[in-house]
Design a protein around this ligand. Structure first.
Ligand SMILES: [Zn+2]
Length: 271
């Protein structure tokens, strides 16, 4: 427990340092403090405060008065389960593309999972759900995505959301995803697409400079849609799924606080 408190305190100090050196220091610091105070409240309390209309979070299935915009304009947090737009989109995708409804047994590996979506997925009886991250916290297995400790063909479904932009050798990581995926299985990959073509510079290590150039203090590159070529080079057959392929009605984007532009790269291992 004390280890977790020290870890949180260190993370808070790092974020505060980056906020102070950002172009909007007061707003970033205010959001950091509000976010930490709010999410320290128990879930039932947050549910009581924010329950209402006209929004709905598909992850925690809570009707909401609104989503919280904290840290960045496109970060619309569910105040109850803490999901972000991409997590709500992922959940809808899994639901509407049969991964949840079919009840087919899935062995699932989820990288660096966020609490809200992880809590929901681990409740699914047909999901044998394993989480992994390089940093020990509440995850099941501590593992480096460039050198995974799992055997070949171990998983039928891999979830890797906004992880690869943090990884120095992303092609090696993609090859590891391919190795541990069972033939016929699916890896769901999402990365922020913020550039016409992928740009990276491994010599840039300063967190403030990385934030300025790559969009976040711990990103090592900006991806373009050409990430699909890297995934293909790792062995995957890749299908791009957009937001409009998932929603049944455009009003769902506002209703559920979904991203307006986001690509889900559905990567299949076909041998
Ligand atoms: Zn929620």
């Amino acid at each position: 427990m004390s280890h977790r408190i020290i870890q949180r305190a260190r993370r808070f100090l790092l974020y505060a340092k980056i906020a102070i050196r950002s172009p909007q220091p007061y707003q970033r610091l205010r959001d950091l403090i509000i976010g930490n105070l709010l999410f320290a409240l128990p879930i039932p309390v947050r549910k009581r405060i924010f329950n209402g209309q006209p929004h709905f979070c598909p992850v925690c299935e809570t009707p909401l008065r609104g989503f919280l915009v904290l840290h960045r304009p496109y970060h619309r947090w569910c105040p109850v389960c803490r999901s972000l737009p991409r997590h709500r989109l992922l959940y809808l995708f899994l639901n509407r593309y049969g991964f949840i409804i079919s009840k087919t047994a899935q062995t699932v590996l989820h990288f660096a999972p966020e609490l809200g979506i992880a809590r929901r997925l681990m409740q699914l009886p047909h999901f044998r759900y394993i989480t992994t991250d390089i940093e020990p916290s509440s995850i099941h297995v501590c593992s480096d995505i460039e050198h995974l400790s799992f055997p070949n063909d171990a998983f039928t479904l891999i979830l890797c959301l906004h992880v690869l932009e943090h990884i120095p050798d992303d092609l090696r990581a993609m090859r590891e995803l391919y190795r541990v995926l069972k033939p016929g299985g699916t890896a769901i990959v999402m990365v922020p697409i913020t550039s016409p073509a992928t740009v990276e510079d491994p010599t840039i290590t300063d967190p403030v400079l990385r934030e300025r150039l790559f969009g976040q203090h711990d990103h090592v590159r900006r991806y373009g849609q050409d990430v699909v070529l890297r995934l293909g080079a790792a062995g995957f057959v890749v299908e791009r799924i957009g937001v409009n392929d998932i929603v049944t009605d455009p009003t769902e984007i506002t209703l559920m606080g979904l991203p307006e532009k986001e690509t889900i790269f559905v990567c299949r291992k076909i041998v």
